[in-house]
Design a protein around this ligand. Structure first.
Ligand code: HXC
Length: 511
């Protein structure tokens, strides 16, 4: 073969690999409102940075005539590239080849990528669109999944792992994304479930569509499985890029600093009027968040799930931070099962990846009721307590209004290791609210007038931050208008924090 023929052969094979399952299937993919694996990677990465690995790999299956059907790459496009100039590893299941199903061979491709990512300290981003285990390969496919799960677990807390669900993701296949740090879904075109509508109809006789069962809206609002949703693939992949801009490439790195033109010491008098004087009036904690962070840029995580707690990424003075904030505008900001687990997982992510935590507290306590108690609020609430106590990153806490009962302790109090604790003059730090306290102390023993006086007395004595400040549990009482600069200075002061917990195999978080 002469040189030209050799180059031609290379071109032919390359084109064959790049055409996936062929024109007809690509057309079907587009008609379903979906991009191909290669198109998705091109949207996700900086232009021209993708380097493909294992493009010529083919499967080794022999049953059901599959040995006569081979596609270079075998239904998975994998490699490395850049997002905003930073290295990432990416794999994309190609639905046009065997429905993007997992063969032993393409499991090995994912394993190779994960091993490289762990060695080089860069994230793995998985673009999922697959019919699951490749039926023709049987247990070899299942083994491939389990190997990937194992690598997911070993990588957890070492490199960020991000999953975008861009089509079907069913059966045990859901467990790889579930083990990763963040799940993105696309409205209408992506679905996740362990057992599909057909099986559910047979077993429990429930009638449910696949959209109701495992669509993006369901997982973003009901199950809490999805962290972000986009209206289409482009928007979803742009959100992946945005998330990556806040997080480091591995657990040994600092999160990426970004110079901001937003002045660090700008006072904002409008902050003085956000927390209402009436402690029972709601307000939107996001109004405070937007006013104190750099350029009002807040990437909220799980905005539609357990809205009584707000979590997300922002920058202050250029430094990425993780914000955890009770939301008085929803269920009065109460802590319950879902909000506790939502925030606990976020706190642990930030701690694993050196992202300081800024906690804004306005919490009336834990939600009462049999549903919560039977559902295990004791152990789920303990998760948040555990996560904050275990976290060794800088922890800055600001109490804007209520910090009642156990929830005061849980929400990154001084006692569980916060480094700087601020309170507004409107803060109320007490075992419970005035009315509830007086009812318990003097049950049925007071006239209405006496009760009113007792409530006022309690309010004066306890419903303020000064007792806690006198005891050193609050380091400084600040005016709302100064919040931004105060927190930035606290972040700068704690920048070189050195703290580690005692060596152990691992703790035993109440699961
Ligand atoms: C092999 C598969 C396949 C599978 C789909 N295909 N699923 N091939 N193994 N599991 C092939 C189809 O034969 C078809 O090939 C192509 O992929 C596209 O599939 P269609 O059915 O034409 O597409 P669509 O109508 O969009 O439906 C997609 C689908 C459906 C919803 C994913 O194919 C489906 O329900 N598949 C089975 C899903 C499933 O039950 N998987 C096992 C789950 S359990 P051609 O050649 O016609 O293009 C599991 C265990 C994981 O995954 C274990 C981890 C521990």
């Amino acid at each position: 073969m002469d040189l030209k023929a050799k180059f031609d052969q290379f071109e032919t094979l390359n084109q064959e690999a790049e055409s996936g399952g062929g024109e007809k299937r690509v057309l079907k993919q587009h008609e379903a409102g979906k991009n191909t694996a290669r198109e998705r990677i091109a949207i996700l990465l900086d232009p021209g940075t993708f380097n493909e690995i294992d493009k010529m790999v083919t499967h080794k299956g022999t049953d059901f005539g599959i040995d006569k059907l081979k596609y270079p790459g075998d239904g998975l496009v994998s490699g490395y590239g850049k997002i905003n100039g930073r290295l990432v590893y990416v794999f994309a299941q190609d639905f046009t080849v065997f429905g993007g199903t997992l063969s032993r061979t393409n499991a090995d491709k994912i394993l190779k990528l994960q091993d490289l990512a762990i060695k080089m300290g860069a994230p793995v981003i998985g673009l999922n669109d697959s019919g699951g285990a490749r039926i023709q390969e049987g247990v070899e496919s299942l083994a491939g999944y389990a190997d990937i799960f194992h690598n997911n677990v070993i990588s957890s807390g070492v490199i960020p792992q991000i999953s975008a669900i861009l089509g079907p993701c069913a059966g045990g296949a859901v467990y790889s994304p579930a083990l990763t740090d963040f799940i993105f879904m696309v409205e209408k075109t992506s679905h996740m479930f362990v057992t599909g509508p057909e099986v559910i109809r047979t077993v429990t006789h429930e009638d449910v569509t696949k959209e109701e069962l495992g669509g993006a809206i369901t997982h973003a609002s009901k199950s809490g499985v999805a962290h972000f949703t986009g209206i289409d693939e482009e928007q979803t992949l742009m959100m992946v890029r945005e998330l990556f801009s806040f997080i480091p490439s591995n657990n040994m790195e600092e999160p990426p600093f970004k110079v901001s033109t937003d002045p660090e010491n700008r006072p904002d008098p409008s902050l003085n009027h956000i927390v209402p004087v009436d402690p029972n009036k709601p307000y939107d904690i996001k109004d405070i968040i937007h006013k104190i962070i750099d350029d009002e840029h807040f990437l909220e995580v799980q905005p539609h799930y357990a809205a009584n707690i707000v979590i997300g990424f922002a920058r202050m003075g250029g430094k990425p931070i993780g914000i955890v904030a009770n939301q008085p505008a929803y269920l009065a900001g109460v802590l319950d099962i879902n909000s506790s687990t939502k925030a606990a997982r976020f706190v642990r992510f930030c701690d694993a990846f050196n992202i300081p935590l800024v906690t804004l507290v306005d919490v009336p306590g834990f939600l009462p009721g049999t549903a919560q108690e039977f559902g295990g609020i004791i152990k789920h609430g303990a998760k948040l307590l555990y996560a904050f106590a275990e976290a060794t990153v800088p922890k800055i806490t600001l109490i804007t209004r209520k910090a009642y009962g156990g929830a005061y302790d849980v929400m990154s109090s001084k006692h569980i290791g916060a480094d700087v604790n601020f309170a507004y003059p409107t803060a109320e730090i007490a075992v419970m609210g005035p009315e509830g306290a007086i009812n318990i102390l003097y049950r049925g023993k007071l006239t209405d007038e006496e009760k009113f006086e007792a409530v006022e007395d309690y309010r004066e004595k306890f419903a303020n931050p000064y007792r806690a400040a006198a005891l050193g549990y609050i380091d400084e009482i600040i005016l709302p208008q100064d919040t931004r600069y105060k927190i930035i200075q606290a972040l700068n002061m704690t920048h070189n924090k050195r703290k580690s917990n005692l060596p152990r195999k691992h703790g035993n978080i109440p699961l």
